[in-house]
Design a binder for this molecule. Structure first.
Ligand code: 5GP
Length: 117
């Protein structure tokens, strides 16, 4: 599999080279608003260590990331007053991955409101 490239967009966000709207941050994790949200409050959660996707992530990084995703998902659900919430994660281009730094999508859902494409 292709190696992790630290010059991907999220790597640049982590280095402060591209601006983002932070939702949550700690020593290991950053959560920020998606620039092309599929719904109101669409948030991305990423580890600060470099992993391309699920396949090369260290188990400890993954375990920590899913716990942080749960924490952020609960906060987004409440803050956005959403009716439901999707968590999504894609691996490699054929599966829809476009940014090659491991991330979870947090996508709040609203009764009767379809997702943006
Ligand atoms: P993927 O398809 O790789 O799972 O999702 C990548 C996500 O990153 C997409 O939802 C896309 O809108 C988002 N994205 C791409 N470029 C940027 C950017 O420069 N800033 C932010 N905040 N999100 C981005």
């Amino acid at each position: 599999m292709t190696a992790y490239d630290p010059d991907n967009i999220f790597g640049k966000i982590l280095k402060g080279e591209i601006p983002s709207h932070t939702v949550y941050e700690d020593d290991d994790t950053l959560a920020f608003m998606d620039v092309m949200p599929q719904s109101r409050g669409h948030t991305l959660v990423i580890p600060k260590t470099g992993s391309r996707n699920l396949f090369d992530a260290e188990p400890q990084v993954l375990a920590d990331l899913i716990q942080k995703t749960q924490r952020v998902a609960k906060a987004v659900m409440t803050a956005m007053d959403a009716d439901g919430l999707r968590v999504a994660q894609f691996n490699e281009a054929p599966a829809g991955q476009t940014v090659f730094h491991l991330h979870f999508h947090i996508i709040p859902m609203y009764e009767g409101v379809p997702l943006r494409p």
